[in-house]
Design a protein around this ligand. Sequence first.
Ligand code: ZN
Length: 160
Amino acid sequence: MTGARVVTFHYTLRDPAGQVLDTSAGGEPVTYLEGAGQIIDGLDTRLRASAAGAKLSVAVPAAEAYGAHDPAQVQRVKRAVLPVAGELQVGDKFQAGEDRQAPVVTVVAIEGDEVTLDANHPLAGVDLTFEVELVAARAATAAELAHGHAHGTDGAGHCQ
Ligand code: ZN
């Protein structure tokens, strides 16, 4: 990662229908170390050539964002086996097991006593468009390169 930068940016993320999925507007901008996996690869690589002050629209295909939607991750199960009390609704999300590492699943259909669950990332299969304003960019410090992450906008931030 020699020559990697630490980049700070604001973004608004939209799906192909133009709906806003997420935005940093009104909040803190995102700061990351290039090539360190702190943001999705498809965005990281597309911002490499941009300098501070740049405003650009960045299209990231699903394959370079959260991956293709995997039909094998969609399963029908009996309502009774689910570890969730109360009423279930389409769109509900919950952890599929006791383990903290258990995947988060989304309820995509309910038919009678059967529930269809999707364990894909909610943005799997979605082509993304980021409107980016690059707030700042600087060379990474030796400590940041050694740690593999950014230490805040000015490099003086602490980490565990
Ligand atoms: Zn660190």
